[in-house]
Design a protein around this ligand. Structure first.
Ligand code: PLP
Length: 390
């Protein structure tokens, strides 16, 4: 199996797994049971992981809170901010191309009276910062924009957005799920107020994430979604998942810039070969600033469901894993002005540090053969080639 679906999830790093194993076996204490050694060991392991994350983001350890992953972080932050800031305003600005975790939560909040603005994007997936400024009103409490898009890899100008929010005194919540591990971030230099991410996107375990909440300069208030004990300073109750927390701490510690460079080189090689060797294909958002591991490619008149089904030994995706059972065209690609037909002919290739050049060569060969076959059997393709369709 050649795995090119790393934006959906990644293989766990061996070092990460090794550091987790003792906490699944002999070190099974509850981190809240600090009266005994096993509990204290678990507590210390959690604090070590928190420190690793804080060091990577260049923030304070007490500003990091563990959750089960980005979906939970996003729900908690959006709902919790609306609840605590409703006396100030009820307006949130987000974007049409956000992850479903954001869009579904915003939809639920709007049914309860929140006013949500969904920014449009251009055909490269970029938002217009002037438009963002123009939408800000005295009721705006939060701007929620992702750092990098899971389907296309497009990077939003998060430093500029953070500056706008700072100028206007509005909170900026950034979903960094696809950004961590692919780009460096220094949250002490970028005034992002809240930033979330998930370990399984950067070779850590599934079911663990963290959210950074600026505490140093602003007393940000977020009502908890999960209530109970006093874990995570009452931000997120529930017994700590110690092995997973150890895993996210190691996963962030072992991130390396050398891996990023190697991935970027491979992705560029892949795109160049595809563009020169396959007729009628377009690399989406080629002109935009993108994370280095992602290529979303439109193969004209090749339905993505057919292509994926005919390549059973290659793990590919037509878009977000959360909606992959959905036969509708991707909301991200539609927002970028693709027709339904084109949006349903796009494939996302997402690489990782484990991707090898020889695997990409095999994928290119397989794509060439399979796309040719699908097109030869397609009356629509024949019509297009004879100039009857555009
Ligand atoms: N946000 C983005 C941009 C994502 O890509 C994902 C996962 O696909 C999520 C949020 C949800 O993350 P999790 O799987 O940790 O719930």
């Amino acid at each position: 199996m050649i795995y090119l679906d790393n934006n959906a999830t990644t293989r766990i790093d061996d070092t990460v797994l090794e550091t987790m194993l003792p906490y699944l076996k002999e070190e099974y204490g509850n981190a809240a049971s600090i009266q005994h050694k096993l509990g204290r060991n678990a507590h210390q392991a959690i604090e070590k992981a928190r420190n690793n994350i804080a060091r990577h983001l260049q923030v304070q350890a007490k500003e990091i809170f563990f959750t089960s992953g980005s979906t939970e972080s996003i729900s908690t932050v959006l709902k919790g901010i609306c609840e605590r800031y409703n006396s100030i305003g009820n307006h949130i600005i987000t974007c049409q191309t956000e992850h479903k975790a954001v869009l579904s939560t915003c939809e639920a909040l709007s049914k309860k009276g929140a006013n949500i603005t969904y920014l449009a994007v251009d055909d490269q997936g970029n938002i217009n910062l002037e438009e963002l400024r123009n939408h800000i009103t005295k009721d705006t409490i939060l701007i929620c924009l992702m750092a990098a898009n899971n389907e296309t890899g497009i990077i939003h100008p998060i430093a500029e957005i953070a500056t706008i929010c700072q100028e206007k005194g509005i909170l900026f919540f950034c979903d960094g799920t696809q950004y961590i591990g692919k780009e460096n971030i220094n949250l002490s230099a970028t005034p992002i107020d809240i930033f979330c991410f998930s370990a399984h996107k950067f070779h850590g375990p599934k079911g663990i994430g963290a959210v950074y909440i600026r505490r140093k300069t602003k007393p940000i208030q977020i009502a908890p979604l999960i209530m109970g004990g006093k874990q995570e300073n009452s931000f997120r109750a529930g017994t700590h998942n110690v092995p997973n927390i150890v895993g996210i701490g190691t996963a962030i510690e072992v991130l390396s810039n050398a891996d990023k460079e190697q991935i970027a080189e491979l992705r560029n090689y892949f795109e160049k070969r595809i563009e020169t060797e396959i007729d009628e294909c377009i690399v989406l958002a080629k002109k935009a600033n993108r994370i280095a591991n992602t290529s979303n490619i439109l193969f004209k008149y090749v339905p993505n469901s057919q292509l994926i089904a005919k390549l059973p030994n290659i793990a590919l995706s037509s878009g977000s894993a959360c909606v992959s059972g959905d036969r509708n065209p991707s909301h991200v690609l539609k927002a970028m002005h693709l027709s339904d037909n084109d949006a349903l002919s796009c494939i996302r290739f997402s690489l990782s540090k484990y991707t090898k050049k020889i695997e990409l060569d095999t994928v290119i060969d397989e794509l060439k053969k399979t796309i040719h076959k699908i097109r030869m059997e397609s009356p629509i393709w024949q019509m297009y080639k004879s100039g009857l369709l555009h």
